[in-house]
Design a protein around this ligand. Structure first.
Ligand SMILES: Cc1cc2nc3c(=O)[nH]c(=O)nc-3n(C[C@H](O)[C@H](O)[C@H](O)COP(=O)(O)OP(=O)(O)OC[C@H]3O[C@@H](n4cnc5c(N)ncnc54)[C@H](O)[C@@H]3O)c2cc1C
Length: 394
């Protein structure tokens, strides 16, 4: 009975509340006015200007779930999904910056942070500080718990000294705060992994090589070097030896965010294609008049809508306090596959123009691929889903 009541009170899946519609309209207007004119240059220069990051803070999308008492919007997770989706329609690089901030960093601090951690860091994250999440290393990607960054208790007993090399860290160029996963007790295996909050200016922390990527080029992806970086015990996020839980549980929300990124970028590509096919004429008519073209677009929009429903469903389950691990994995898996197919079709419909930098779809096509790689590759999502469906019933 309570379940039925809950369902009746929560907004239906496909219908957004007034707040959600308003945020969608605001972010869409912002993305078109303030982001779109700079997309090509940001991609070329492989950077997001600080002024644009400041505008994102002013827009209120950098601290969606941070309570108002700490300077945030005090809103629910679903709004992060809407913001990421809308920004991705225009630029998935800008969107992933917002995504990491909300779905990984803020989610982790809200769930695992002590009241001291929340008081010290949430107001900064709500006002001007960008966060980053550092789990991966050269030897540990899918096998995340094989990480070798070490945390050794210092002589005074009130801190840890971290040494190691993290790889692939999104937002690293611009971030002021890093969640770093290190092992404080390698004998205990993954039960030694601990999450630390490290401010950018701590001695011993350095940003290393920036990757030169295929897509989401404006989003920074860098090495993070830790050379005897001393971190006070007060900066441990969650408990000593429980960092593996911080790492895997945070990625559940993260995957919904990546799903939203994939849905948004695919919709952006499809919108460009829908406009182009009505304009481009061949054989004496708009190419939109050919049924073969119409059917391909109809198929693409259908798949995209199904992917969007999966992402929204996972986010709604999360906001309702229900289990959403499998749904998040499915949403990321499917939406990233759909994004690859839809951007490929959109590019195809542009013909030769689609193969040039003059066409915005060329970039969205390159941007789509990463959705099958980061925050757990597609095989890792399949592993999660398989584990769940293979569980004995009863
Ligand atoms: C642009 C970008 C941004 C990133 N941002 C971050 C970030 O902010 N923070 C962070 O910590 N990390 C980040 N990453 C790292 C990302 O999460 C890893 O690249 C990803 O988890 C895959 O790890 P890997 O690259 O080591 O690939 P590997 O784990 O080496 O995988 C290689 C291939 O083998 C397959 N494979 C591996 N194990 C299995 C298995 N058991 N069964 C079947 N197939 C398997 C994989 O599916 C994949 O196809 C980022 C990566 C990229 C590209």
């Amino acid at each position: 009975m309570p379940d039925i009541l809950d369902l009746a009170q929560s907004p239906p899946l496909t219908q957004l509340s007034e707040d959600e519609q308003l945020l969608r309209a605001n972010v869409r207007a912002f993305a078109e006015a303030e982001v779109a004119p700079h997309v090509r240059e940001m991609d070329k220069q492989a950077t997001i200007p600080r002024a644009l990051i400041d505008q994102l803070f002013d827009l209120g999308v950098m601290a969606i779930e941070i309570p108002e008492t700490f300077g945030g919007a005090g809103a629910h997770f679903f709004l992060s999904v809407i913001a990421i989706e809308e920004l991705s329609r225009v630029d998935p690089s800008v969107a992933v910056l917002v995504d990491v901030q909300n779905t990984l960093v803020i989610t982790a601090l809200l769930k695992w942070g002590s009241s001291d951690v929340k008081e010290r860091f949430l107001p900064r994250l709500a006002s001007d500080t960008l966060g980053a999440y550092a789990l991966s290393e050269a030897g540990s990607g899918s096998d995340a718990f094989a990480l070798t960054t070490r945390a050794v208790e210092d002589a005074a007993g009130d801190g840890y000294v971290l040494s190691g090399r993290k790889l692939w860290i999104t937002n690293a160029s611009e971030a002021g705060l890093f969640i770093v996963l290190a092992n404080a007790n390698p004998e205990a295996g993954y039960r030694g992994i601990t999450a630390f909050l490290i401010e950018r200016d701590r001695p011993g922390l350095q940003i290393g090589k920036k990757e030169d990527k295929l897509g989401i080029r404006a989003s920074s992806t860098c090495e993070l070097l830790l050379d005897e970086c001393r971190v006070p015990k007060a900066n441990i996020l969650g408990e000593l030896g429980r960092g593996y839980k911080v790492a895997i549980e945070t990625l559940n929300e993260g995957r919904i965010g990546i799903g939203a990124q994939m849905v948004g970028l695919a919709q952006g590509a499809l919108d460009h294609a829908l406009a182009y096919v009505q304009e481009r004429r061949q054989f004496g008519t708009a190419i939109a008049e050919f049924q073969a073209v119409q059917f391909q677009l109809a198929q693409a929009q259908t798949e995209l809508e199904m992917a969007r429903l999966g992402v929204y469903n996972a986010a709604r389950l999360r906001d309702a306090g229900r289990g959403f691990l499998t749904e998040a994995a499915m949403a990321k898996l499917f939406s990233s596959q759909v994004a690859e197919r839809v951007t490929s079709l959109a590019l195809q419909l542009f013909g030769g123009v689609g193969y040039t930098k003059d066409c915005p779809v060329e970039k969205l096509y390159r941007d789509a691929k990463v959705g099958q790689i980061y925050e757990g590759t597609s095989n890792m999502q399949l592993q999660t889903i398989a584990k769940r469906i293979m569980q004995p019933k009863g």
